[in-house]
Design a protein around this ligand. Structure first.
Ligand SMILES: Nc1ncnc2c1ncn2[C@@H]1O[C@H](COP(=O)(O)OP(=O)(O)OP(=O)(O)O)[C@@H](O)[C@H]1O
Ligand SMILES: [Mg+2]
Length: 413
């Protein structure tokens, strides 16, 4: 099908190279070279105008180098896949290119077969991303069409989704999610807390509010929700004012809720509340995966244990594969004990991602809070563990502001 052809943009300052690549590709029936740019700047512009699937990008160019251009292209059009072609086979270049969001890295001049198979892989990824975006836009338009009208909620503003995740169980996600939601919630920034661990979620226990099955009621009706009704259906945690959507009461009910329905519910809440804090399971269910796509910020939780750190590394790689900007990740070390030699600095260096928040170990406070069903930000917030949560909330607010100004800058350029 012609529509499925892989659309290519070539970015290279040397005319001969551009021509050689064109020649290599001219007999491939599934590939279509839609344009060629002579500089990084022109590449960024053409990528926006032509909307290719794959950009073949040189590194050394006169105005904007290929790595910066890759970053810009990916920021504006995350579905576009970049394959770097470079004479530098240096590891550090390769790593920088990957961090900028490049999909693949080939040495110059590329062999025909090697180039074609890299293009096909990248093209497939681009098509999949496009299909997913189309689906999401559709879902968003359905959500935007629902409810609204005479409601008392601020309609136009879009709240922020903050997902708390750890690829290792038991590191403290639920503890952080519950206490973060309480800290972010105030009169100006109303906050909802959502349990995306549909099978064995324990947000309800942490706040001592069991016995509601709101998600089961909301999910099938997601296309006809009304804000007042939703606000009514959520648990109103009276001690904090946070609205809470807990997991179903029984694990077997989880399969009644599709990832699509769940995502729509969360995006609906995003229209009603300034912050939607989402707790997850370490297992990557479809529900959890779709939360990463819609999150503004992902709080990645680790502890000072090697398995947790190893999994955090794998997760950061996965995000890159999913095309999720790593600036959205706030890497947090929970249960921090300064007597343990695996320091936040060492972990930051090792994973090339800064640990920006540490939350101290305090078993007495943390465990008592769970067992009583009273989160410690309600009655112990001045303790070091509570101050850790405050610094997490600050980091979240700060990061949201930085991300917003980054998008503004790239839009103005
Ligand atoms: N900073 C901390 N200091 C001491 N204990 C903590 C701390 N944070 C969490 N805990 C304790 O660790 C245990 C696990 O915490 P929690 O349930 O929040 O983790 P989780 O990542 O949500 O686990 P699960 O994988 O089961 O969902 C709980 O007993 C909790 O009280
Ligand atoms: Mg949990």
């Amino acid at each position: 099908m012609a529509a499925d052809k892989i659309r290519i943009l070539i970015v290279d300052d040397i005319a001969e190279t551009r021509e050689n690549i064109r020649k290599l590709l001219q007999f491939e029936s599934d590939v279509d070279v839609v344009g060629a740019a002579r500089s990084g700047k022109e590449g960024i512009q053409l990528a926006q105008e032509l909307d290719p699937d794959v950009v073949l990008m040189d590194i050394n160019m006169p105005d904007i180098d290929g790595i910066t251009a890759t970053e810009q292209v990916r920021k504006r059009s995350p579905h576009v896949q970049v394959v770097i072609l470079s004479v530098q086979s240096d590891q550090s270049y390769m790593r920088r290119a990957m961090l900028a969001g490049a999909r693949d890295f080939l040495n110059k001049p590329p062999l025909g077969d090697e180039l074609i198979s890299a293009i096909r892989r990248a093209g497939e990824m681009a098509h999949a991303e496009r299909a997913k975006n189309a689906q999401q836009n559709f879902a968003a338009s359905v959500v935007a069409g629902a409810g609204g009208g005479s409601s008392g909620f601020a309609p136009a503003h879009k709240g922020k989704i903050i997902t708390i995740y750890s690829p290792k169980g038991g590191t403290g996600c639920t503890t952080l999610a519950v206490n973060l939601a309480i800290t972010l919630n105030n009169e100006d920034t109303r906050t909802a807390l959502v349990d995306a661990n549909l099978q064995f979620g324990d947000v309800a226990i942490f706040v001592n509010e069991q016995g509601k099955n709101a998600i089961i009621e909301l999910a099938p009706r997601v296309d006809e929700l009304e804000q007042e009704v939703v606000d009514e259906i959520l648990i109103n945690h009276s001690a904090s004012g946070v609205r809470i959507l807990t997991a179903p009461q029984r694990p077997e009910y989880a399969e009644k809720i599709s990832a699509e329905q769940f995502t729509k519910v969360v995006q609906y809440l995003q229209r009603m509340y300034a912050y939607v804090v989402v707790d997850t399971s370490h297992i990557l269910s479809d529900v959890v995966l779709s939360m990463f796509d819609v999150s503004d910020v992902i709080v990645l939780v680790t502890t000072q244990e090697i398995p947790a750190i190893k999994n955090a590394r794998l997760f950061l790689d996965l995000l890159q594969t999913m095309g999720i900007n790593k600036n959205r990740v706030i890497f947090t070390m929970n249960r921090y004990d300064k007597r343990i030699s695996i320091t936040p600095e060492r972990v930051s260096e090792n994973l090339k991602h800064e640990v920006s928040v540490t939350i101290p170990l305090d078993e007495k406070i943390a465990i008592t809070a769970v067992n009583r069903g009273v989160p410690f930000m309600l009655d112990n917030k001045s303790q070091p563990i509570g101050r850790g949560i405050f610094s997490l909330a600050e980091a979240v607010r700060g990061r949201l502001i930085t991300l917003e100004s980054e998008t503004e800058v790239s839009e103005r350029r």
